[in-house]
Design a protein around this ligand. Structure first.
Ligand SMILES: [Zn+2]
Length: 374
């Protein structure tokens, strides 16, 4: 341990901590129902800060099928070491997760091995469009591989999927140039429901780094871009919704072999890299929390509650949202979920209209109110 900063409740924190050191500047702590991350910023006036446990929506944990590369246990240990407390694991395993049976197998393995929270994607194939909606509630979403990558799930025809409206669909682009990020900006400005995820290796590495890494180890999809591509990401940070590692581990032997598979491990290095960018003044801590906690848990395409499934404000950027509503002492809405427990209580109270008006006129009814983020 190598800790020296004035923080009153650090002792309490350390009883739950995994690691603190200047070499590994992240502390994880899991309290009763919430996960938090503490980040040590040795070069900033604020040396220690804490945030919610981070959410990585794009990892490959290789189990089942390639556990010499990674498994649920080692992958989620890496997640915790990187400040990530919820991972969303991709379905390009062996067998691939494409139906209820393969999902059940993977869930069993994940339950046995995972050291942090997890959710599993299912993969789109040419013949499973009809069966996946039945299991969609048990998944993180639907992954479509639209191009060649490290996968047995490449799709040649997506038209079958156009009718499966309820599924949350994640696509992935393999070309990575300045024009792509500008295309996403233009789409967002037109109100198209598109979100954009960027991996730290595309923010911190470019083709200038390939020779030092070696051609084989440098293989990744999308391939590292030119320096101007990398800079374009920083310049357009405002339209990037999430950071995600695309943690894609392969063994050293494989990466050094004749046909090196694409992908880098990233879970343990993401946060230290991003904190370095904070120290360099290129990012703020809020930028990190927004893209690794707030946005991943609140997809931009979340279904509205109203039956009128549209808004005249489609595509308008706003700077506040309701986090929690407490109604007569009861939590009625929190983090995008409406409480289902309160109906009887509320209807009983609502029925006495005269009493309700008396309450409202007599001043602020104590525990009722809303919270708004700024
Ligand atoms: Zn991936």
């Amino acid at each position: 341990m190598n800790v020296a900063y004035g923080d009153g409740d650090l002792e309490k924190y350390l009883t739950n901590a995994v690691a603190v050191s200047k070499e590994h500047p992240v502390v994880i702590s899991k309290f009763i129902q919430e996960a938090k991350v503490r980040m040590l910023l040795p070069f900033l006036p604020l040396p220690l800060c804490h945030a919610r446990g981070l959410i990585d929506v794009h990892v490959h944990l290789r189990e089942p099928g390639a556990t010499h590369k990674e498994d649920f246990s080692s992958g989620t240990a890496a997640a915790l070491a990187g400040g990530v407390t919820l991972v969303c694991a991709m379905p390009n395993t062996n067998p691939a997760i494409v139906d209820a049976a393969t999902l059940a197998t993977a869930q069993k393995l994940a339950k046995a091995g995972c050291r942090c929270d997890y959710a599993l994607y299912v993969g789109a194939a040419s013949d499973n469009a009809a069966i996946l909606p039945a299991v969609s509630s048990q998944t993180a979403g639907l992954k479509m591989y639209l191009n060649d990558t490290y996968s047995t799930l490449k799709m040649d025809n997506v038209s079958l999927w156009m009718e499966v409206g309820q599924a949350l669909i994640l696509g992935e682009t393999l070309f990575f140039v300045v024009e792509t990020i500008l295309l996403i900006r233009a789409a967002k400005q037109r109100g198209v429901q598109v979100t954009c995820e960027v991996a730290p290796h595309h923010l911190f590495l470019c083709e200038d780094n390939v020779s030092a890494m070696g051609e084989g180890r440098a293989q990744v999809r999308p391939m590292l871009g030119a320096r101007e591509d990398m800079e374009a990401l920083w310049e357009n940070l405002d339209i990037i919704d999430c950071f995600a590692t695309d943690h894609a581990p392969h063994s050293v032997e494989e990466k050094s072999g004749e046909r090196p598979p694409p992908g880098y491990p990233g879970l343990e290095t993401m946060l230290p890299l991003l904190l370095t960018a904070v120290s360099d003044g290129r990012l703020t801590l809020d930028d990190i929390v927004l893209r690794l906690y707030d946005n991943p848990r609140t997809p931009a395409w979340a279904e509205p509650f109203t039956k009128s499934k549209w808004t005249p404000f489609q595509g308008v950027k706003v700077k506040g949202k309701v986090l929690r509503v407490v109604l007569r002492g009861e939590v009625a809405y929190i983090d995008g979920q409406v409480s289902t427990l309160r109906k009887e209580l509320l209807s009983r109270n609502r029925s006495n209209t005269a009493a309700l008006w008396r309450l409202l006129r007599s001043g602020p009814p104590e525990p009722t109110g809303t919270e708004r983020s700024g």
